[in-house]
Design a protein around this ligand. Sequence first.
Ligand SMILES: NC(=O)c1ccc[n+]([C@@H]2O[C@H](COP(=O)([O-])OP(=O)(O)OC[C@H]3O[C@@H](n4cnc5c(N)ncnc54)[C@H](O)[C@@H]3O)[C@@H](O)[C@H]2O)c1
Length: 267
Amino acid sequence: MHTELERAFDLTGRTAVVTGAASGIGRQACITFAQAGADIVLTDVAESGLRATAGAVRALGRAATAVPADVTDRAAVDGVARAALDGHGRIDVWANVAGVIRYGPIVDTPEEELDLVLDVNLKGTYWGCAAAARAMTARKAGSIINVASTGMDTATPGISCYAMSKAAVATLTRTLAAEVGPHGVRANTVAPGWVPTGMTERYWVGDDGTVDEAKREQIFADRAAHTPLRTIGEPSDIAWAMLYLAADASRFVTGQVLRANGGASMA
Ligand SMILES: NC(=O)c1ccc[n+]([C@@H]2O[C@H](COP(=O)([O-])OP(=O)(O)OC[C@H]3O[C@@H](n4cnc5c(N)ncnc54)[C@H](O)[C@@H]3O)[C@@H](O)[C@H]2O)c1
């Protein structure tokens, strides 16, 4: 490949922090960033999944520092940043991927569910942004990537808490981009379309782990039918978009929402 092109996507010598790293999109982002040469500081509440992702990163020959933390806990998130700076000396990329979803109509939503979704998806992202911005503005370089959802664009019944948390993440990211831009730091949002992960597999994987193949195929076909490209994505499709935003290839891009969703929404 042409060296200029390689350099534009190369993360060699850089450190990426990824939240929600134990599963799905977060795990794939760790692997894709590591494939591009980055060392990874990874965090999640799910410790066994976190260990598995760290193993996958090390198998690629990159360093992995796993720091279990709950993103709703500001001090814990600051601890992740400290571990990254102590262990790696720098934070070049920070991806806020941790997220949860709850389903149900607005009229029946318990306050605890509203609080949980806003705490993890919005407040957790907020603390991640603050910790990342502090470390990055000091070095006058870095890229912060937040994760929203197609749900922020579409009026989908039953996901009010989730949809508004994700719309708020995009707004937070724009404000952040305006604040940190003069200090050489970028902030962008990736808005994934539907992809199979721990968050979505509840529809075809039973509590005992059994897979309902017919249900899975039906859901995949149904989801594909809702996109202009007539396909569903994979976690790697989201991670590629995140790699673009992490790397120098996007050095002129900030405050944007990159929709990786097969065209499911085009706002
Ligand atoms: N899968 C999709 O179709 C889809 C679509 C759009 C957006 N997203 C977003 O992508 C992100 C990743 O989701 P996923 O699909 O990979 O789901 P996932 O459930 O596989 O992964 C989410 C991870 O977040 C972690 N997490 C949850 N609460 C946490 C907390 N308080 N502190 C730290 N970690 C916590 C979980 O343990 C899990 O490992 C989420 O923000 C989600 O909203 C997913």
